[in-house]
Design a protein around this ligand. Sequence first.
Ligand code: GDP
Length: 444
Amino acid sequence: MAFESLTERLQQAMSKLRKKGKVTEADVKEMMREIRLALLEADVNLQVVKEFTKNVRERAVGAEVLDSLSPAQQIVKIVNEELTTTLGSETVGIEKSPKIPTIIMMVGLQGAGKTTFAGKLANRLKKTENARPLMIAGDVYRPAAIDQLKVLGQQLDVPVFDMGTTVSPVEIVRQGLAVAAEKKNDYVLIDTAGRLHVDEALMEELKQIKELAQPNEILLVVDAMTGQDAVTVADSFNQQLGITGVVITKLDGDTRGGAALSIRSVTGAPIKFTGTGEKLTDLEIFHPDRMASRILGMGDMLTLIEKAQQDYDEKKAEELAKKMKENSFDFNDFIEQLDQVMSMGPLEDLMKMIPGMSQVPGMDNFKVDPKDIARKKAIVFSMTPEERENPDLLNPSRRRRIAAGSGNNVVEVNRMIKQFKEARTMMQKMSNGNFNVPGMDQMF
Ligand code: GDP
């Protein structure tokens, strides 16, 4: 997950203040020195680091902060606010055209994730607005890009307009727009060609497409893993083309985070979305305040709740709540839940969105072992349907049979059943309003 070491360093810098009753100007200076180093190490643009540290220092050494009852808390609040400002303050959505279609052009270097993003956006627009987008395949230099877009279109049931690779992109866009007008599509997503580097021919072509299509949005797609390069690229696309927003992809990777933290300040263009994986649903709206809080290790409950809502079926959730209350949660529900949660993304990333979780000792090393999950599933799949529905049937001889069937030993089977029963009791208590349950920290 992105930002990991930055989060750790920032927390270290701030936790020193927390231990002090009285905070002096020298303490703030020392903390700022560490924050500055942490940001530079995360590959944040130098100018952005300077501006950020200056703003925090000015606010933090004010008498009303240092003389307050909780200076450390106040300073954390200031750091959080300034980080939010650096990331852009406001959440900025897609600029819609007053009359259809809203035209969105994706630009960026090859491999940044433009085509994937076009698919993710089409999916999102369909789901959230019931929209009828048309995608135009304008990347004629990478033949695979057209096929890739067509496959995405098929998966999503979204039409893709293409004319192969022999016609100029400007002509393709002209004809694609005519089709969209005829079919009354409400969005047109134009996938354009990328290059390995910014070059003049590319910019010229993009300018011509812009001139012709008069897009409502020119979204620059950049790869978070490329760090400062992403910022340089963003700067030149912006100067030549005037971008309206940025999409940062691959934030699920092990990036230090510098690009995400610098791009808004350097280009002035808002970050609108982030890509967090290769799947079509791995797209998040960018909220500067939530991202700041996540970077500071303060969790992001809102995004977690939204993820859950996006992936959960309300009726099923109600049934489940009832089962938990009545203590009738069985192994079939267990498998279903396991699959649901796993589809939301790596569990260790989800856990970190819970406020305070990143400070829990051992959380850094918390890793869900896929083998362990597979083992638990194998145990359940070796049970008979009756046993899955009624775990109380599981007597020693049945347990031995399950162990043999799933390739585990009985100790492991016993442990898994014990954990299951404990979790079930805990869920029953919690769903009846009792959150003061011993062992809750063990539940994960
Ligand atoms: P394009 O050349 O800009 O159109 O880039 P593509 O859309 O073909 O993406 C390049 C590669 O990056 C593909 O393998 C995608 O699956 C992958 N990719 C795109 N977005 C993300 C993301 O948010 N996370 C991860 N992990 N991979 C991504």
